[in-house]
Design a protein around this ligand. Structure first.
Ligand SMILES: O=C(O)CCC(=O)C(=O)O
Ligand SMILES: [Fe+2]
Length: 352
């Protein structure tokens, strides 16, 4: 037969290296700690070694702790202090910033306002959400206009002096860390270090301050449908999560066991979200996690969800596609994906 008479598998620029090397049968019992001090190294061999450790965590766990992450301690404590002052305002004052009033999911989420696991009955936390905003009003007046579904500014509490500044300072410090992580994720995927640069031009980074009241132990036994945050995966590429010392974050391994992500002072948790799972055909894991605050006291955390620009299409990258294999996911834009997940999360508390 002639050499063009039968269907040929499409050529891909890379031989599905990561696909061939994944270890789907492995599971994890603990979450690795990765030292980020090497991220500054001028030596590409050292950066490569760091990327290899990150790759291993991304393929096998989807979670890792990062130490020497570069976010100054006072940015954290000042933001938690600000959050405590905000959450102790009277409920009607907080509800003036109700997230349901905003077209782009910014502002206040009341207790039970979210239902992160669709099988749950509402999450036992309250939260305050912001997105990109320059730190000083005078700079970046010409910041790129974002016409995506998530477009729009932040809302801030009136009459709460000293709130916005520390919160924005933390936001920018965490966004800077996110910008340093993207090149390492690229390396981990055998892509050029700058692969994500043109896909992350206007940081699609949503930050939350979360407050979990202590959860009554008896209630948990009776009703496991109302926990701090129901089992879910995150929606973006990755999340930079600061958690206080209360504990309660749990991560599901491939055997379905819940592994405690025990707080480790001086670290942040980094976990992958669905955008990376979609880029990589699930070779990078977007791992299920939840929070149950059984500490007996209040718990605070600060997740920052770091996605690509909302107009970027989530297409499988060559190192994660094998010739002729079907992509696991329909290609959608990052903005449409995040918005659809947020709609589902908040729909149960919508008033219309
Ligand atoms: O509070 C935490 O530790 C986790 C929060 C979380 O998973 C989320 O907001 O997506
Ligand atoms: Fe999460």
């Amino acid at each position: 037969m002639g050499h063009h008479h039968h269907l040929e598998l499409p050529e891909t620029p890379s031989p599905g290296y990561l696909l061939a090397n994944r270890r789907t049968e492995s599971t994890f019992e603990e979450i690795p700690v990765i030292d980020f001090k090497d991220a500054n190294s001028k030596d590409p061999v050292i950066r490569r070694e760091l990327a290899d450790r990150i790759r291993d965590a991304c393929i096998n766990v989807g979670f890792f702790y990062l130490k020497n992450h570069g976010i100054s301690h006072h940015f954290i404590t000042d933001t938690i202090d600000a959050g405590k002052r905000f959450f102790s305002l009277p409920e009607p004052v907080k509800m003036e910033l109700d997230i349901h009033k905003s077209s782009n999911y910014k502002g206040y989420t009341a207790l039970l306002g979210e239902n992160t696991n669709s099988e749950g009955q509402g999450d036992l936390h309250e939260g305050f959400d912001i997105g990109w905003e320059p730190q000083e009003a005078s700079v970046e007046e010409n910041a790129p206009i974002d016409n995506s579904p998530m477009n729009g500014g932040n809302v801030w509490p009136k009459d709460l002096p000293g709130f916005k500044e520390p919160v924005l300072a933390y936001y920018h410090a965490a966004v800077d860390l996110g910008k340093r992580l993207f090149p390492l994720f690229a390396l981990a995927l055998d892509l050029p270090e700058n692969f994500f640069d043109d896909k992350t031009t206007k940081p699609a980074a949503i930050m939350r301050i979360l407050h979990y009241p202590p959860q009554n132990l008896t209630d948990i036994a009776v009703n496991d449908k109302q926990i701090g945050i129901g089992a879910h995966t995150d929606y973006e590429c990755f999340t930079i999560l600061w958690q206080d010392q209360s504990g309660g974050l749990q991560v599901q391994n491939m055997k379905g066991q819940w592994i405690d992500a025990v707080p480790i002072a001086g670290t942040v948790v980094v976990n992958l979200g669905d955008q990376f799972a979609r880029w990589t055909n699930d070779i990078f894991k977007s791992t299920l996690h939840r929070v149950m605050n059984r500490s007996g006291h209040e718990r605070f955390s600060i997740p920052l969800f770091f996605g690509t620009d909302y107009n970027v299409r989530l297409e499988p990258i060559p190192s994660c596609a094998s010739p002729g294999s079907l992509a696991k996911y329909d290609v959608v834009t990052a903005g449409d994906y995040v918005k659809s997940r947020l709609e589902a999360t908040y729909s149960h508390s919508a008033t219309n």
